[in-house]
Design a protein around this ligand. Structure first.
Ligand SMILES: [Zn+2]
Length: 104
């Protein structure tokens, strides 16, 4: 049975998360966000942890596009690395925040 592709909702736009294309491989990209096609592509040959980092980085590109932030590559790289570290190092807090169980 064919695996259902992952999707990611950013604002009102649903992105499909797919493996990178041969063109991206040839262009030496680990990931790519195509806002016109609503696709995020990630190099599936990378180790799983690296794939999730690349996907998160591409998600920040998508957020930048959908929320008109105009973030340049360097800012996307720093913001995605920082946010992913905070989320990974605080799983209980983020579980509470995303399930409306956050009470002080
Ligand atoms: Zn980037």
């Amino acid at each position: 049975m064919k695996k259902k592709p992952l999707t990611l909702l950013i604002g009102s736009v649903t992105y499909t998360v797919l493996p990178i294309t041969q063109e991206d491989i040839d262009g030496n990209f680990a990931g790519r966000t195509d806002n016109a096609r609503c696709q995020i592509r990630v190099d599936s040959r990378l180790p799983a942890t690296n794939q999730s980092h690349v996907a998160f980085h591409e998600m920040v590109h998508g957020v930048s596009a959908q929320y008109d932030l105009h973030l340049h590559e360097h800012k996307v790289a720093l913001l995605s690395t920082g946010l992913l570290q905070v989320i990974r190092d605080n799983p209980d807090l983020f579980r509470a925040m995303t399930t409306e169980k956050f009470h002080l």
